[in-house]
Design a protein around this ligand. Structure first.
Ligand SMILES: [Cu+2]
Length: 320
């Protein structure tokens, strides 16, 4: 039973490294899918302002607060969230995962805009000031691991005031060698076509656009030589992956659609997080292991720390 449980979770999550046993047990015996979190439909539908997420796994709740409530494109926006445990107590202690106690991803609903932030924690409240570029609908994904608890990835939607421009259609990338800030980055999946529910290794090969030379002096970023976020076209699937060397994690934040479908949540598990981080220089090939949960279009953002700059390389892929 225990072994089955372990195997199920192991294969479901495709961790390349050993999972802490407690997490495996938690995943089996606890709520279905530690990070299987979803919004209340009220807060999804609501405009900017205050919202609660009653569906966080393990009894956790997220209270979101956006200020001002009427968010305007290009103007300062304060994003805050408080995590409460099953007793309604504010959680104040969090595990550091990938160098940070929280990660916050902001995307526009058409996935044209992407921002990866690290809010500060003060008296149990995570908070950060930011802006969004255009009017329209946005989605936030917060990732935290309460001390002694399981990883939580919770989303929250908001809409700015004003009329949104026409959404940018998500276009499949035909060319997987693209230039970003003087670096040619080629996405090389080990599997073509990409298939849902099957582990894939995504390698990003980096070379200097001018000299053509492979880049071998990447600096660590968030405890690894790269970082990827993958979001499905409908913004219902969120995968957060670190390289297979050093440390790696892959997870799948879920959504309203999967609420009440615990049998599907097996791959929505925890972090395979190896402490210690990395040192030295990385490149030219950085590989991430991940599993796309369902077919469809996804956008991938790979982030690399090169010569003091974070380069974000984005690709749209089709998963069959
Ligand atoms: Cu982060």
């Amino acid at each position: 039973m225990l072994r089955n449980c372990f195997r199920k979770n192991f294969f479901a999550t495709r961790f390349l490294f050993l999972l802490p046993f407690a997490l495996v047990l938690g995943a089996c015996n606890g709520t279905p899918g530690g990070n299987r979190n979803s919004e209340s439909s009220a807060s999804v539908a609501g405009h900017a302002g205050h919202g609660e997420n009653p569906m966080a796994a393990g009894g956790y709740r997220f209270d979101w607060h956006l200020a001002p409530a009427a968010v305007k494109a290009g103007e300062p926006l304060q994003i805050s969230y408080v995590v409460k445990d099953g007793n309604g107590e504010v959680v104040k202690d969090f595990e550091q995962v990938h160098d940070k106690i929280t990660h916050l991803v902001v995307v526009s609903n058409d996935l044209a805009f992407f921002n990866h932030l690290h809010p500060e924690l003060q008296d149990g409240e995570f908070s950060i000031r930011t802006t969004v570029p255009t009017a329209g609908a946005y989605k936030l994904f917060a990732d935290v691991t309460p001390k002694g608890g399981t990883q939580q990835i919770v989303s929250h939607e908001f809409r700015t005031v004003g009329e949104a421009p026409t959404p940018t259609p998500l276009r499949l990338d035909e060319q997987w060698a693209k230039t970003f800030e003087g670096v040619v980055i080629t996405l090389k999946p080990n599997l073509q076509p990409l298939r849902a529910d099957k582990e894939v290794l995504l390698t990003f090969a980096l070379r200097d656009a001018q000299t053509g030379k492979p880049i071998t002096d990447l600096d660590p970023y968030l405890g690894a030589f790269g970082h990827t976020v993958i979001i499905s076209q409908d913004t219902q699937r969120f995968l957060h992956t670190h390289p297979t060397e050093g440390e790696m994690k892959s997870m799948d934040a879920t959504d309203d659609k999967r609420r009440g479908h615990p049998e599907k949540s097996g791959h929505a598990e925890k972090t395979a997080h190896l402490e210690g981080g990395i040192s030295g220089k990385g490149g030219p090939d950085i590989t991430f292991a991940t599993t796309f949960p369902v077919a469809g279009l996804y956008k991938i953002w790979g982030q690399f720390n090169y010569h003091g700059k974070i380069i974000t390389a984005d690709y749209v892929v089709n998963v069959q």
